[in-house]
Design a protein around this ligand. Structure first.
Ligand SMILES: Cc1ncc(C[n+]2csc(CCOP(=O)(O)OP(=O)(O)O)c2C)c(N)n1
Ligand SMILES: [Mg+2]
Length: 304
């Protein structure tokens, strides 16, 4: 089953995200865990790409505009074979290509330097138009955060995209996915500056909108199919998600936007992601040597 495979990869990526952040001692768990099912479905269910040839001109592009969630992207790139998994624990270390925000000059597989929020959609418009003008069939996937779209530059790009390149080079190679987890840095998006009615706003600018559960890989894949079948306009996908998804003490809590778990918290979170009860954990670890190694490494870190 394709869905089971994607869910298994997403679980493994969640484990890696928690591991990386605990080793780094800083970073953004909430938005990494909310976006991971989207990134896994893109990279393992959709993208035309070749990890051995990251500069292949006709590759599909993923622009993670909400760049602070890059641990999710690193976990996916490592799993796909862009670089060794052991590099993941160099996250945020001095000299590592895995910086706290993505750097395309440092790490093959990264398409744009993001993290200064609000810019990724404008970059994606340029990439989409360039590919169209070059006669390439490559597609561009831009992932936005909901707090991020409180930035004005996003709306300038949103107004332009359905008109850019018309009529011969319309940007139907562009898909924008909103990770709508309802929380930004300070608090709930609604309390800071409500986005609603978000669907009607994008529709008013000329975007077809597809609304999905952003943790349901079948729904994500179907939305991407719909986008690919759409001619003449880019597509906007509103993915309803849960910030911190998969870890009970992180879910839906603004506190976990930009705070790394302590090693012991990461171990508890990994156990939850894998769906193992506290009582069954030691026996489980005897059957899973890869997780055992990650847990031992975190336990050693806790003692430091
Ligand atoms: C231009 C800019 N302003 C402020 C910040 C600081 N910042 C980092 S993450 C964040 C909140 C983003 O919220 P959202 O897009 O909803 O991200 P998610 O919930 O997916 O983590 C802010 C304000 C930034 N990175 N860039
Ligand atoms: Mg958010």
């Amino acid at each position: 089953m394709a869905g089971d495979r994607l869910e298994a990869i997403a679980r493994a990526c969640r484990v890696q995200i928690l591991r990386m952040l605990a080793h780094a001692g800083s970073g953004h768990p909430g938005g990494s865990l909310s976006v991971i099912d989207i990134l896994v479905t893109l990279f393992f269910g959709r993208l035309r790409h070749d990890p051995k040839r990251p500069d292949w001109p006709d590759r599909d592009r993923v622009v993670l505009s909400k760049g602070h969630a890059v641990p999710a992207l690193y976990s996916v790139l490592a799993t796909a074979g862009y670089f060794p998994e052991k590099s993941l624990i160099t996250l945020r270390k001095l000299g590592s290509p895995l910086q706290g925000h993505p750097d395309r000059t440092a790490l093959p597989g990264i398409e744009a330097a993001t993290g200064s929020l609000g810019q990724g959609l404008s970059i994606s418009l340029g990439l989409s138009l360039g590919l169209k003008l070059a006669g390439s069939s490559a597609r561009v996937y831009c992932v936005l955060g909901d707090g991020e779209i409180q930035e004005g530059q996003v709306w300038e790009a949103a107004m332009s995209a359905p008109k850019l390149g018309q009529p011969d080079h319309a940007l139907d190679n562009l898909v924008v996915i909103l990770d709508y987890n309802k929380i930004q840095l300070d608090d709930f998006v609604k309390k800071i500056l409500d986005l609603e009615p978000v669907i009607a706003k994008w529709q008013a600018f000329g975007w077809p909108v597809v609304e999905i559960d952003g943790h349901d890989v079948a729904q994500i894949a179907k939305a991407l199919d719909q986008a690919e079948a759409t001619r003449g306009t880019p597509t906007f996908v509103v993915a309803h998600t849960v910030k911190g998804k998969g870890v009970s003490f992180m879910e839906n809590d603004p506190e976990w936007h930009g705070k790394a778990p302590k090693p012991a918290e990461a171990i508890a979170a990994i156990r939850e992601v894998l769906g193992v009860s506290a009582g069954a954990w030691e026996d489980y670890l005897k059957t899973d040597s890869a997780t055992r190694a990650i847990v031992d490494e975190l336990a050693a870190l806790e003692k430091k």
